[in-house]
Structures are given as structure tokens and as C-alpha cells.
Write a new protein. Structure first.
Lengths: 84, 226
């Protein structure tokens, strides 16, 4: 089942949905858009591990995120790390 | 009225005397405040007189009207300090407070543990089983970035940038997620940003602070992470 996982203090919060259910897909897309507005970066997670395939890119200079919602993907939505 | 161990005990003692005799008027004679931690009491009997304001019930949602009362069942309390009424259990408020504190502490610790397990699972899923086993053996996760550079992701939030093929650290980077998020999540994000494409790798390198090699006590951190 596709999902959007977001790291947080509980490990990660995951939203899953049925890709055949338009209502759930819409809800997931709204969630995706909301995270996008918050500046999250999105990575598609390979089902068997390995490298994530990036589905979002940064617009040069602005650090603005351009991304597309994939209703069938397992996605990790993460805030950008900060320097430490 | 604030909770006070001495005050609560005094109040309980007085309350027991009243309960034993079922004489609510006796409370007023003591004139001391009485605190209750009952959550409900649907069958309270209002009798006698207690000065208004001498009873404080911090949890009772069903506080009876009147100036005095005998909670149901207290006459057969059999040495119990408190009777919740309405079938509620009996607890000493001081004990309740202590238990709540303990429970909160356990719950927080359990939540933290669960968070770390979840984050570790995610890390394992992202990097794969082989890399995960290697990470456990070596204490760090080694990757090749999209640009071809070699990185060692260390427990915590540090990334070592390696010199070519040598087992030598060129410099160290530090970039992490919000403090409080399990560091395995930070490892996941570092891994994905560095391996998924040049763009995200450059973005990460732009964010991370750069330090000279040996800046952090990584051996100790690896040991702690094991």
C-alpha cells in the first residue's frame, strides 16, 4: 500500500491510502501538498531497499521544491536537515 | 488549595473518623480542609454541615450540591482511605500523584524506544539488509554519493568525507534533522540526499557545516551506538 512517511520524534508518521479510492488519494495528495508547502523533500522508497529515487528537485538558487504526487509510491517526506 | 502531603494525610484521617461514624457534622468541628481525588460519585448523601469551601475535589466531575456529604460506601471502607463512590476505585492522592509521575516517565521512555525502533526499521528498509549488517559490524554506514565522493555516515549526525579510495578522512560534515528525532532518521535522510542525485547531494553539502577531521569523538559515538 502506498504511503507517505515523515520522520518525527515518534520515529515516523505514516499516511497510507488505497490507490483505487479517489477520496483517499485526494486526501493523500492534500497531505503531500501541505508537506511540500512546508519545504519537505520527497524520496520514493524502493520496496526492496537500496537507493531512493528522488521524485523532487530543487529549483536552483531558491531552494524551492518542485515535486509531483505519485498515488502509487511509497514516499519519505522529510524536512531539510540543518547544519550542526 | 494546593496538594500537600501533610494536609492530605490530615484530611484523610479526619475523613475516616467521619466515615466511621457517618456523622458529617464532625468534619466541621475539625475545621480542616478535605481534598478528594474521586472522579465521580453519583450516590453521595448530603448530610450535616461543613463550612463551604472546606472541601476541595480536584477531579470530581459530579460534585454534589450542599455543604457536606458522605460518599457512598465510606462507612464500610474497612480501613481504606478513599472511596471513589459510584464503584470507582480507592486511591490515596499522594500515591496517585507518584504513580502518575512514574507512569508518565515509563510511557515517555517507552515511546522513545519505540521511535528508535521505527527509525531503525526505516533505515534498514532504505539501505537494505546487507548495508545494515555492515553498519552493525563497522559502526558506520559507508556510501558513494551521486558525485562519486565517498561518505561515512556516523551514528548521530556526522558525515565523514573520505579521501579518494584511502581509509582516510578528509573532513567532516554535520547536518541533522530536528533534535529529538531519532538519529536513524537523520541517517536515512543523509543517505537519501547524498545518493539520490547530484542536486540533492549539493543541497546537503550546502546545508552541512564543515569541520576538520577528528573534530568529533566518533569512536566513542560508534561504541555507544553499538
Amino acid at each position: 500500500m502506498p504511503s507517505i512517511a515523515t520522520p518525527d520524534t515518534t520515529g515516523d508518521v505514516k499516511l497510507t491510502w488505497d490507490p483505487e479510492n479517489p477520496e483517499e488519494v485526494k486526501h493523500a495528495k492534500d497531505h503531500f501538498d501541505k508537506l511540500k508547502k512546508q519545504g519537505h523533500v520527497f524520496f520514493r522508497l524502493a520496496p526492496d531497499g537500496g537507493k531512493g529515487k528522488k521524485i523532487a528537485t530543487f529549483e536552483d538558487g531558491k531552494g524551492e521544491l518542485i515535486c509531483e504526487f505519485d498515488p502509487k509510491a511509497d514516499v519519505l517526506a522529510t524536512p531539510l536537515p540543518r547544519g550542526g | 488549595m494546593s496538594w500537600d502531603d501533610e494536609l492530605v494525610l490530615t484530611s484523610i484521617r479526619r475523613f475516616r473518623i467521619i466515615a466511621a461514624t457517618s456523622t458529617i457534622g464532625g468534619v466541621a468541628a475539625y475545621g480542616g480542609p478535605v481534598q478528594y481525588a474521586f472522579t465521580s460519585c453519583n450516590t453521595a448523601t448530603i448530610t450535616g454541615t461543613i463550612a463551604a469551601g472546606s472541601i476541595t475535589n480536584v477531579l470530581w466531575t459530579n460534585y454534589p450540591s450542599g455543604t457536606g456529604f458522605v460518599p457512598s460506601g465510606i462507612t464500610s471502607g474497612g480501613g481504606c482511605y478513599y472511596n471513589g463512590g459510584g464503584g470507582q476505585p480507592r486511591f490515596d492522592p499522594a500515591q496517585v500523584e507518584a504513580l502518575r509521575k512514574d507512569f508518565k516517565s515509563v510511557r515517555e521512555s517507552w515511546k522513545r524506544k519505540r521511535a528508535e525502533v521505527r527509525a531503525k526499521r526505516l533505515f534498514r528498509r532504505v539501505v537494505g539488509d546487507i548495508a545494515y549488517v555492515k553498519f552493525q559490524q563497522r559502526g558506520y554506514h559507508e556510501i558513494t554519493g551521486a558525485s562519486g565522493a565517498r561518505y561515512r555516515l556516523e551514528p548521530g549526525r556526522w558525515v565523514q568525507v573520505m579521501k579518494g579510495c584511502a581509509d582516510q578522512v578528509d573532513y567532516e560534515l554535520c547536518a541533522h534533522l530536528e533534535i529529538g528525532i531519532p538519529w536513524f532518521d537523520t541517517l536515512v535522510v543523509q543517505h537519501l540526499m547524498l545518493t539520490s542525485g547530484k542536486e540533492s547531494e549539493e543541497k546537503f553539502l550546502g546545508i552541512a557545516n564543515k569541520h576538520q577531521a577528528g573534530y568529533y569523538p566518533l569512536e566513542e559515538l560508534r561504541h555507544r551506538a553499538a
